[in-house]
Design a protein around this ligand. Structure first.
Ligand code: SAH
Length: 219
């Protein structure tokens, strides 16, 4: 197989054709996508599809999300440079790297120990110093570093896990796919002084959030 190694060109095309053309406008978000080498986060056999417009299997029955979905969720978080963020569902670590470009500190948690381990290694090799990878049930959040200015859940939840709402800082946004096992609605929960405000975005398809405040077991 001949590999197309011109990844920088592919990254630029991805930003223009998949993100800007579909309405992603946040300049800091677009800059992060121009910078993070998505080709490093996909398995070797998918390297030619690294910048393609679809999700890709990453092993352990999980997937790296489509670039547009990663961008949309990131934009909806409305991150500031000084923010602290929690990601539930590390997977490949690609979304984690994008977040790390945009805020001060990222905590990311995956229930599959192998994925957490691989992502930690890769993110270390890429030089990220503002990421902590944890292995465990992220449906309970990560109490010890709460509150978070942003929380992103990259797997589908039956409902918004209560602990995540509690661990969100006032003024912060929580972005999560909520719904059934095979289709969900991308949901944004904003924590205001007066209470929670819930907004629904688009429909989406994610692998399930499995845990105490998610689905009970592998379906
Ligand atoms: N953000 C990832 C997408 C990973 S897919 C990326 O950019 O590659 C979703 C991930 O959620 C899977 O790795 C899965 O293992 C993880 N997951 C499912 N339930 C979880 C839970 N309760 N806690 C933490 N991670 C969970």
């Amino acid at each position: 197989m001949i590999k197309n190694l011109d990844f920088e060109k592919q990254r630029e095309a991805m930003v223009n054709e998949q993100l800007i053309s579909r309405g992603i406008t946040n300049k800091r978000v677009l800059a992060a996508f121009r910078k993070v080498p998505r080709d490093k986060f996909v398995p070797e056999e998918y390297i030619n599809e690294a910048y393609a417009d679809f999700p890709i299997p990453i092993g352990s029955g999980q997937t790296i999300s489509q670039p547009f979905m990663v961008a949309l969720m990131t934009e909806l978080l409305e991150l500031k440079a000084q923010d602290k963020v929690l990601e539930v569902g590390t997977g490949s670590g690609y979304q984690t790297a994008i977040l790390a470009q945009l805020c001060a500190q990222v905590y990311t948690i995956d229930r599959v120990e192998l994925l957490a381990h691989q992502a930690k290694k890769l993110l270390g090799e890429l030089g990220y110093e503002n990421i902590e990878v944890v292995s465990g049930d992220g449906s309970c959040g990560l109490e010890e570093h709460a509150p978070y200015n942003g929380i992103i859940v990259t797997c589908g939840a039956p409902s918004i896990p209560e602990p995540l709402k509690e661990q969100l800082a006032e003024g912060g946004n929580l972005v999560a796919p909520v719904g059934g096992n095979f289709s969900q609605v991308l949901t944004v929960v904003k924590k205001k002084a007066t209470g929670f405000k819930v907004e629904e975005n688009c429909s989406c398809i994610f692998v399930p959030l499995i845990g105490k405040y998610g689905w009970q077991k592998d379906a």
